[in-house]
Design a protein around this ligand. Structure first.
Ligand code: COA
Length: 168
């Protein structure tokens, strides 16, 4: 197996994260954000490097409430797909969730089989949070949270996506 290193993101990785996201955002698979959003949320991100230190994947864990976080912007370089980059990143994000005290991890994805193989299930219920928390989350200005809540203004980005959840 080729050596893949998973590490926390640095500010100098934002360019690489944006390069990974760009083609996927064009296909409407991922939500593209302004550069400033990646810097502001940098501590959420982990990076996969190949043996030469080239960035080959990224992924973020966004805490939404006391017991729930979202896996977001999980992407591997196309040339590396199917070689374990996504799985390693996701395992690191789930470890991070445990360390932060989160008990459930949500994701909105087209990659249903990948997430099932990694311990997620398709959500039967549309909402993973109780009505009280839902109303608190409505106050968030974050686009990903809006997607989670399925607000009308971000509806086009969520079409066809599947809501999935893992219990830690
Ligand atoms: C989802 C995504 C991150 C998965 O990344 P990946 O690097 O291909 O993931 P993995 O390699 O860990 O797993 C994918 C497949 O490779 C297999 N695999 C895992 N490790 C492997 C290894 N060492 N050697 C060969 N195959 C391997 C897995 O079993 C899996 O099987 P599949 O071919 O039936 O799907 C990637 O497809 C992607 O970037 N998608 C677009 C963005 C997206 O939708 N993100 C999710 C929402 S945030």
């Amino acid at each position: 197996m080729e050596p893949i290193t998973i590490r926390r993101a640095k500010t100098s990785d934002v360019k690489s994260i944006r390069e990974l996201v760009k083609p996927l955002a064009e296909e409407r698979v991922l939500l593209e954000k302004e550069a400033v959003a990646y810097y502001e949320n940098l501590q959420e991100f982990f990076i996969a490097d190949d043996a030469d230190g080239n960035v080959i994947g990224c992924g973020g864990l966004h805490v939404m409430w006391e017991d729930i976080a979202e896996v977001r912007t999980l992407a591997s370089n196309e040339a590396w797909r199917g070689r374990g980059v996504g799985r390693l990143l996701l395992q690191r994000l789930l470890q991070e969730a445990r360390e932060l005290g989160v008990s459930r991890v949500f994701c909105l994805t087209f990659e249903v089989d990948f997430f099932i193989r990694n311990g997620f299930t398709v959500m039967a219920e549309q909402s993973a949070v109780d009505p009280e928390v839902y109303s608190e989350l409505l106050r968030s200005t974050d686009e990903g949270v809006a997607e989670f809540l399925d607000l009308a203004r971000v509806k086009p980005n969520t079409l066809g996506n599947t809501r999935m959840i893992a219990h830690l």
